[in-house]
Ligand binder design. Structure first.
Ligand code: ATP
Ligand code: MG
Length: 193
């Protein structure tokens, strides 16, 4: 399987769709958000550094994220393809990912962009706050995460388009999780045929 980069705003469903894709195709799954939350839970030095940024809705510095990602990638089973969930989030991370993969004789694969209206995103994140109790799922921090997304991450969409690997999926067109998944699976199978 080709590698897959899942791209989208906070609450767009990156984690949910990544899990569905990983189990359907037996792919590896790296969620940088989950990696950081595990470090925080274990009380590591990295976790301590990450917590300040996450609680503020800010991004962890690129150099740190790139190291974490490369280590995690090298620990995945080879040959199955990997889903990158929440990485890259900046142009510098994207350039570094491309280089890291090239050094290993691999490539970026395909990018899947989840396009979801902001009122739907806010609704989902506030609902998740009640269910999962994530400290960064409060309205003030969510607003900051949206602002960071628009300023630092959204411009990357164009970078992927220029790489010729962007595939967009629009909630307003698909309407349901099942509809969205069906469209995504179809595209993945087309590109791996
Ligand atoms: P969702 O998974 O619902 O789409 P999300 O994108 O807001 O939500 P995560 O991907 O779990 O959530 O990320 C949570 C936080 O972890 C981010 O706000 C950021 O502080 C940090 N983080 C995660 N990935 C990166 C990254 N690639 N670069 C910098 N910071 C990151
Ligand atoms: Mg996530």
């Amino acid at each position: 399987m080709k590698n897959i980069i899942i791209f989208g705003a906070p609450g767009s469903g990156k984690g949910t769709y990544s899990a569905e894709i990983a189990s359907r195709y037996g792919m590896g799954h790296i969620s940088t958000g989950d990696v950081l939350r595990a470090e925080i839970k274990e009380g590591t030095e990295l976790g301590r550094i990450a917590q300040g940024y996450i609680d503020n809705g800010q991004l962890i510095p690129d150099e740190l994220m790139i190291d974490i990602l490369a280590n995690k990638y090298d620990s995945m089973p080879a040959g199955q393809g990997v889903i990158f969930d929440g990485f890259p989030r900046t142009i510098a991370q994207a350039e570094a990912l491309k280089k890291m993969l090239a050094e290993r004789g691999h490539d970026l694969g395909m990018m899947i962009e989840l396009i979801v209206p902001e009122d739907v995103l806010m609704f989902r994140l506030l609902r998740r706050a009640g269910l999962e109790g994530r400290a960064d799922d409060n309205e003030e921090t969510i607003r900051k995460r949206f602002a960071v997304y628009h300023a630092q991450t959204e411009p990357l969409s164009r970078w992927f388009a220029e790489e010729g690997i962007r595939n967009t999926f629009d909630w307003d067109i698909c309407k349901t999780k099942e509809g969205m998944l069906e469209a995504i699976f179809k595209e993945i199978e087309k590109q791996n045929a």
